[in-house]
Unconditional design. Sequence first.
Length: 240
Amino acid sequence: MTGRVPLFEAEDIVMRFGGVVALRKVSVTQFEGETLGMIGPNGSGKTTFVNVVTGHLAPQEGRVRVAGAEVTRFRPHRMAAAGITRTYQAVRVFRELTVADNIATATVDAPNRMDADEIAATLDWLQLGHRLNVAAGSLTLFEQRRLEILMRLVQRARLIMLDEPVGGLSATEVRAMLQVLGDLRRRTGLFVIEHAMKVIRELADSVVVMLAGEKLMQGTPAEILADKRVVDQYLGRAHA
Ligand SMILES: Nc1ncnc2c1ncn2[C@@H]1O[C@H](COP(=O)(O)OP(=O)(O)OP(=O)(O)O)[C@@H](O)[C@H]1O
């Protein structure tokens, strides 16, 4: 399609760890206004891909471009300054610091940060306003996940790459998180790694399927769920 603006373009990414090839010439482009999902068996390279795009790993080969500019091997803070950020499977917030201080750390060195009114509105939306003076380590996992998202939003991230955002949540919390993510994708670009197909089906416009470090295919949730290779290689195993 023409006229679509890429949020990021990753081209022919190769990432090796010693003898392990985690990514074998993987190319993915995410366009503005589109939510991308990524699925695949354990060890297929999903987290490694997110780490390359967000600057946490420097690939041996390939290129990453953001808004047309080459950013390959930029460090995470430069990627964040370009608007490309991630959250973690095991949440990373400063557990000893209060929610308010966690937010303050996220706005340091963020030239484009939200102003106080916008932060207050976002806190409200994420239902964390009443928790400002609580140590982040005493929040529930669901609250910590929302705090992590908030910390990216206050930096005005253009893309948040979420690594298993519903992992470890209860069924009720999963439903609530789906609502949060449904709203979130109207505020920023979303890229979601998930094993929970419900999340992928509800959120993703397009899904990249990874297998053994390669992109097996990409398509709409309906297309990938109907693909025999995906069912055999991934869904069959996940269900087994
Ligand atoms: N820092 C590292 N050092 C060595 N090997 C690594 C490192 N990070 C990842 N790998 C290897 O790279 C491959 C891809 O791992 P990766 O974590 O990207 O997979 P994944 O699809 O995210 O898996 P999961 O669903 O379990 O999170 C695996 O073989 C893994 O063991």
